[in-house]
Every structure is written in C-alpha cells, then in structure tokens.
Design a protein around this ligand. Sequence first.
Ligand code: HEM
Ligand SMILES: *[C@@H]1O[C@H](CO)[C@@H](O)[C@H](O)[C@H]1NC(C)=O
Ligand SMILES: *[C@@H]1O[C@H](CO)[C@@H](O)[C@H](O)[C@H]1NC(C)=O
Length: 512
Amino acid sequence: MEIDTYDFLSYLLYLILFIWISIQAFNLLFSCSETQQNLPPGPRPFPIIGNLLELGDKPHKSLAKLSHIHGPIMSLKLGRITTVVVSTADMAREVLQTHDHLFSNRTIPDSLRACDHYKYGMVWVPVSPSWRNLRKLCNSHLFSVKALDANKNLRHQKVQELLDDVRAVAEAGEAVDIGTAGFKTSLNLLSTTFLSVDWTDSSSDMVRELKESVWTMMEVAGKPNLADYFPVLKIADPQGIRTSMTFHMQKMKGLFHRIINQRLQAREVTTLIQENDTLDTLLNYFMTEKEREDQLLYKNSIEHLLLDIFVAGTDTTSSTLEWSMAELLKKPEVMSKAQAELKQVIGKGNQVKESDLTRLPYLQAIIKEIFRLHPPAPLLLPRRAETDVQICSYVVPKGAQVLVNVWTISRDPNTWENPNEFIPERFLESNIDVKGRHFELTPFGNGRRICPGLPLALRMVHLMLGSLIHSFDWKLEEEGVEPETVDMDDKFGLTLKKTRPLRTLPTPTFSK
Ligand code: HEM
Ligand SMILES: *[C@@H]1O[C@H](CO)[C@@H](O)[C@H](O)[C@H]1NC(C)=O
Ligand SMILES: *[C@@H]1O[C@H](CO)[C@@H](O)[C@H](O)[C@H]1NC(C)=O
C-alpha cells in the first residue's frame, strides 16, 4: 500500500518536460485559457503538475489540512484534472444527497481499464440499466436479510475455524498477526457466502494466490498514477500500473472461471440442486435464455461481479478488525467492558452468532467508533460531476472529480467532542449509525452509490471481533510495551491500513 515517493518523483521529473511541451503545444493550438468562474477556493496550482505534490503519501490528512485553510469545499488541480474535495457533513449532504443524481457516476482510474473491468464491474460502471440490475441483484438476492440469514451458518463455521487457529497459536505461546488472520477469515467468509467454496484445507495455494492478488490490486489501485492526472499518458502506462493490474485481474478471473465451470458441470450431472447457494442464484440470474446461448457473456459478467465483491469486501473488513484490536489494546478498560457484555449476553463458552449482535450495544458502539476514527475508505470512491453543478455560491465544473473526505468529517470538532479520542460510549446515548442516514458518519458512502455490501460487512466485522474477544484475552506481543504507546500510524492505499501490523498474544478465556 505504501506509495513509493522516490519512484514517483523520479517519474515526475522525467515526464515533466515531455508534458510541458505537449501542453504548450496544445494551448497554442486551442488556446484553452482556464478562466473558470466561481471555482471553489483552493491552493494555488503550480504550472503543469498543479497541486499534485501537496497530496503527499497521506492524502486524507493533507486534504484535511488544506480544508482548514480553504474551507469545506475546495478545488485542486491534480495534473490536468480538476478535483473538488468536500470536508464537512453539510457539504457531504450536498454531494451525496441534494445533488446525488448529478454526481453518481465515477471517475475511472486508468488502472481499472485492465481487462475492461470498468465496463462490467459494478463499482465503476456508470448509472445505467445494467448498473441498476446489478444493484437490484445485490439488494434483493445477495445482501438481503433473507439471503444473509440463509447462509449465516456457513460464516459461523468459518469464524469457528478462526478461533481454532488462534487457539492453536495460543497453545504454542505465539503471537497472532491480526491483519493477516482477519484477511484470511474475510476471504473465507466471502467465498463461503458467495461460492460455497471451502478454501481452507483443499487448496491453500489458491487462498495464498488470491490474497496476494487482492493485496497487490489494492496497492496498485491506490498508487498515484500519472496516467490519471495527465490523460496524454494513458497509452504509455508509464508506471506499469495497468499492466500489473491486468495480470492480477486475469488471475482472479481465471480462478472464478474455474469455479463457475465446476459448478456448471456439477449441475449438468445432477438436476437435483440440493444447495441452491449464492453462486446458483448468480448463475440463474444471469442465465437468461439469450445469454445461455452466449456462455461467455454471462460468465464474464459473473466474474467481474465477483472480482468487485472480493476486492471491495476483504481488505476493508480486515483492516477494520485490525484497527479495532489496536484501539481495544490501547484502552483495556473498554476491552474489559466489551468482554463483560459478551459474557453476560452470550455466556461463557458459547459461540457468538450473528443473531446475537442486536443484543450487544456496547460492541456495536465500539465498531461505530472504529468506523469514525478509521474509515477504511477515507475519501470514499471518486465521483464525477456530470454537468456544471452549483453548490452554495460555487460551481463544480463538468467533468471534475469529486471526493468526500469522510476521514475529516468524522473527526470534525464541531460535531464530535474530543474528536481524536476513542470513546465508544459516545454512541450509547446517540442514534447516529453508519448506514447512511447521518452525514456526520458515512464510512460506507451515501446516496444511490452507497456500499451495497454494508449489511454483510457489519455482520462480518461484529462477528469476528466479538468472537475473538469473547474467546480470548489479548495482550501486546512485546513485553513492557505500555498500551498507550501502540503505534497508530496509518498508510493510504485505496483503503487505510495500519502501517505496522498488529501482533498480539491470545490466551483463551475458557478452555474447550
Ligand atoms: C468495512 C467494510 C466496507 C466499507 C467501509 C465499504 C465502503 C464502501 C464505500 C465508501 C463505497 C463507495 C460509496 C460511494 O461512492 O458513496 C463502497 C462501494 C461498494 N462496496 Fe463497499 N465497503 C465495505 C465492505 C464491502 C463488502 C463486504 C462488499 C461486498 C461483499 C462491498 C461491495 C461494494 C461494492 C460492490 C461497491 C460499489 C457500489 C456502486 O458503485 O454502486 N463492500 N464501499
Ligand atoms: C433457489 O433460490 C432462488 C432464489 O432465491 C429461487 O427462486 C429458486 O426457486 C430456488 N431453487 C430451488 C431449487 O430451491
Ligand atoms: C452517467 O453516465 C451515463 C453513461 O455515460 C449517462 O448516460 C448518464 O446520464 C450519467 N448519469 C449521471 C447521473 O451522471
């Protein structure tokens, strides 16, 4: 996830001359003078590169600082791309609710042109009938209460496996890397939910490969790509970002392809479909009469959908888990309170179930507080202005990229008392939730593009964290490290993660 600043700068220098010449030539030819009226205020752009260097390697923080100077809506020039950043709850409402219909398409990072993903992937396709169909499929078949209740036992089983793994590690007196364990479990939870595939024992190579691909794709997608800021460079792909993306996407698509074919073969052999799991739902859904003739087409659609689901759902979930553990280790009194709640509601030695979650208000408050302090997607995903849009007295120009800095919004001192402190109690007396009704806290976005995986994500995060702290006591690996000094540095990719992986020692709270 780390952005290689040095690498980046050297590319920049290399290319500056070339770009400068191209732009001069362009300006001469078309004399495009850039006197945009009423653009939101912002830092003065340098020639050619604009404000690119001001982003730094933690854009959410640099942009927060800039917003303190330039206000809740500001504009920057990132290379050739005008970017508007909003940094308060009120402005977020303007973008995600009042003018949602004008901002509901996305700017497409060049890396997502790999495998034509931007044409099929639900995250990136513009608002259109095919996007609407995908959203409908999500809401009524994949993430509905009914669908999720139907396969919750599969997830319980996977979390039980996580607990068994941790127990084995505990018995050996070793430490657990929470991020890695969480990632593996998130991957298992998604694959069992969507594919009914058990990857734990049969094909650990597959898991490892998939994990590597997902991780690299997130890293690559999060890197500042010159081709995004200087469209002239799109063909050249100067940092090799699209190439690398293509490689990993093809690998993942290949994997899904094999799984789909296996299932289709199995369905041919027996007409008695016993399982009727989510993969069957997907196959049935996409296999309209017409598409049945064109197998490639519907397989391709399913592959791209799964690709988005696995990329959007794994790292976001596991980094939330890792931050939760880190904050809880820093505040042992919160940990004890959460464990006491679990003990009382679930009972010693019993497994936490998804159906218990509504009875665990303190655990829910902890997760909300984690999403407030560590939103996995601090700038959401980029939106694009379809036309000139007036917000307050400013104009967001047609074609501008629009970012919502939820990281700043959920630390706004005008909304939150002690905004940088981890205090779950603040949510016990409040009706604010993360489901998109409150613009002060929108880690999943809002409006028509709100994260469709939200219901599943909340189940997974609560289930994993609740189970881990109900079954084990945790302490930091290094002896003598004071809880307050847990390193909380973050690094920015498409998702925000801890810079230093959290390693913790578990001890069972009860013996099996
Ligand atoms: C902690 C977990 C998660 C967080 C914080 C999160 C956050 C987000 C955000 C901020 C967006 C963009 C919303 C916008 O533009 O307003 C998004 C979109 C999306 N998420 Fe999630 N997500 C999470 C988990 C998941 C999971 C588990 C899945 C699927 C299983 C998923 C699937 C998607 C998809 C498909 C989109 C694109 C929707 C569209 O553009 O129409 N996410 N997510
Ligand atoms: C499988 O599930 C789908 C949708 O949930 C339903 O329409 C279909 O009738 C089910 N098929 C079987 C064989 O149970
Ligand atoms: C999004 O893009 C599609 C296709 O380019 C276009 O038809 C539609 O009007 C756009 N919608 C919005 C809300 O920007």
